[in-house]
Design a protein around this ligand. Structure first.
Ligand code: ATP
Length: 337
């Protein structure tokens, strides 16, 4: 049985539906086995798979199974009904799935989007969730948002290198609309708080010669990660944090996804019209690197200096001992020194 098989999904849905505000009910192994039409040992194995994905499943003798952290399934009807009318009118196809290889890869393989239209896809589990340079993005089912949407630019806007910065600004606008403040942007693609990395953005493009450019925007946003995933991320050298650390009652994931799509697709249309210019001031307000000593490491070499903000194309400016350097978005990872 694969770690995210349909049986694992069904068990997750049953356990999540047994949660209520302020209580977490146990469901007996016998009942779960009857409901899913499998043996009790199959339930035990499926619970172990859920745990390996980062879901907090407690199993107690004579009581059964329950989730000890709030989690719920993401429903596409709930997302679509929470979209603003203007966004809903532009939606071609939206889907919330249990599993896929990578929401970005999935949307990148589709085509045929008309101008101003978008598709979206969320998944609870990505077998190959992508960060930059093929690095893995980790997210527990029910405790994070793995969202991608696609868009088609008739002509790629001139400052397209700054698109991930503009999407960062759009993500902050969306969080603000959900009452969440105190989130900053770390060049080029991270949403951060003082406690660590809250989310990441990955933009992938596919241009057809002489034709429109198909753009897929992926956002990973941590809602309630749990210690296991935080630990898994720590092993890779990053500090992960989540919305639950910012606010005692994070908004429903469907509300967050809808807000991200409203702000995100509005930002795509805005970027096509004005490029990066209308996002720069907000980016600068949220820039957590400005004035910090940082090291920008690329595949070949690294540069150290004092971060001096960004320029009109979204490049990171570094004041080094040999003068000001422009670091272009892409194969660079920035660490505070
Ligand atoms: P960095 O953020 O270190 O500069 P990067 O921007 O190249 O690196 P991304 O592509 O944004 O990294 O994301 C991949 C990295 O993010 C992983 O290698 C891991 O360290 C970290 N990571 C993976 N999952 C999560 C998560 N849910 N929350 C926070 N960080 C994560």
């Amino acid at each position: 049985m694969s770690e995210a098989s349909p049986r694992v999904q069904q068990l997750f849905a049953l356990l999540a539906s047994a949660q209520g505000p302020g209580y977490r009910s146990f469901l007996s192994g016998a009942q779960l086995a009857r409901d899913l039409g499998v043996s009790r040992s199959a339930i035990w194995k499926a619970a172990a798979s859920l745990r390996s994905l980062g879901v907090a499943v407690e199993a107690l003798p004579r009581q059964g199974y329950r989730l000890t952290r709030a989690a719920s399934s993401l429903e596409q009807t709930a997302v679509i009904s929470a979209l603003q009318p203007g966004t809903a009118a532009r939606l071609r196809h939206g889907e919330c799935r249990w599993t896929t290889t990578s929401t970005n890869a999935d949307l990148l393989s589709r085509g045929g989007l008309g101008a101003g239209e978008f598709d979206f896809l969320t998944a609870e589990y990505q077998s190959a969730g992508r960060g930059r340079r093929g690095r893995r993005w980790l997210a527990p089912p029910g405790g994070a948002i793995c969202l991608s949407w696609s868009w088609s630019f008739e002509v790629l806007p001139p400052q397209s290198g700054a698109l991930s910065l503009a999407i960062g600004v759009a993500a902050l606008r969306a969080l603000g609309r959900c009452g969440i403040t105190g989130v900053g942007l770390k060049w080029p693609n991270d949403l951060v708080t003082p406690a660590g990395k809250l989310g990441g953005i990955l933009i992938e493009l596919r241009s057809e010669s002489g034709g429109p450019t198909h753009v897929v925007v992926g956002i990973g946003l941590n809602v309630g990660l749990g210690p296991e995933i935080v630990e898994d991320v720590a092993v890779t050298g990053n500090r992960a944090t989540d919305l639950a650390a910012l606010t005692p009652q994070p908004p429903a994931r469907s509300q967050l996804v809808a807000a991200l799509l409203d702000a995100g697709t509005t930002a795509m249309a805005e970027f096509a019209r004005t490029g990066f210019d209308s996002f720069i001031a907000e980016y600068r307000d949220a820039d957590v690197l400005a004035g910090q000593s940082v090291k920008a490491s690329g595949p070949q070499d690294s540069v150290e200096g004092s971060a001096a903000g960004i320029d009109h194309d979204g490049a990171l400016l570094l004041d080094t001992t040999t003068g000001r350097r422009r670091i272009v978005s892409g194969e660079i990872s920035v660490r505070r020194t």
